[in-house]
Design a protein around this ligand. Structure first.
Ligand code: 0O2
Length: 221
């Protein structure tokens, strides 16, 4: 016989999962709208890819436990900010800030926290722009402000973070500290390359706009 209290808590967790999934959908739509509009204005897509996930129950419980919070649905709502996670992969570093500002400016979005690990990288070399936002979601019987963590980074930063993440789950690998050192060096090279790519794109755009002006002089309407 399964105790009623357990079934009740399980039901509540399932409902919680549904609510965070819906919150992700709302924010994803906002990002897709921004991407479509910016693509028309600038003739290129600032967003390459959007990934998302709802934190697994075991990770939720582990994090609550690690931080000394009670294990309950109420506690998840109050104490965790990253149950709903969206990762936005941009082409260039300036796209990250454009997308972040445009999202933050929307009047139904409330920005609770920003961590700019691009301007201030972590000691291991990790770079990414993190925002914790609150978005209203309209359910059948109520409106609820849901928290969503949005991580925005370049393709290169994402490539680096995947390998770094893999490393975290293999703590017992030989030469771990040597690998960490090399990963850190790689992060610096990647950051330089991201900046170089941005300046090259700007040069190309400058040239294009000069050519367009020349064309206009030759052939004024
Ligand atoms: P997952 O699997 O992505 O969900 P905490 O969440 O306790 O680590 P805090 O201050 O709440 O700490 O969050 P912070 O520093 O903003 O970073 C949270 C998330 O950013 C992590 O989630 C990772 O996704 C990513 N992140 C932060 N630092 C690193 C890093 O050094 N390397 C990589 N690869 N990712 C990082 P989770 O919950 O750890 O993991």
């Amino acid at each position: 016989e399964i105790p009623e209290s357990f079934l009740n808590e399980a039901r509540q967790f399932r409902e919680l999962n549904m609510r965070y999934t819906c919150a992700i959908r709302e924010v994803k739509t906002k990002l897709e709208v921004l991407n479509d509009d910016l693509a028309i204005r600038n003739q290129r897509n600032p967003i390459q890819m959007i990934k998302s996930r709802v934190k697994k129950p075991e990770s939720i419980i582990e994090k609550l436990h690690r931080r000394g919070f009670p294990i309950s649905v109420k506690s998840v709502r109050e104490n965790l900010y990253d149950v709903a996670g969206i990762r936005v992969i941009c082409s260039f570093v300036d796209d990250i800030y454009t997308v972040a500002e445009m999202l933050a400016r929307q009047d139904d979005i409330n920005v609770l926290m920003v961590k700019d690990y691009i301007r201030c990288p972590k000691v291991n070399g990790y770079r990414s722009y993190h925002m914790i936002i609150e978005v209203p979601v309209f359910f059948s019987d109520r409106k609820e402000n849901m928290r969503v963590e949005v991580q925005i980074r370049t393709i290169a930063m994402d490539f680096w973070a995947s390998l770094d993440h893999q490393m975290k789950y293999k703590k017992d690998v030989e030469d771990a500290s040597e690998i960490s050192e090399e990963l850190k060096e790689c992060a610096e090279v990647i950051a330089q390359t991201d900046l170089k790519m941005l300046s090259l794109r700007r040069k190309i755009e400058d040239r294009e706009s000069k050519e367009n002006l020349l064309q206009f002089d030759k052939d004024p309407m």
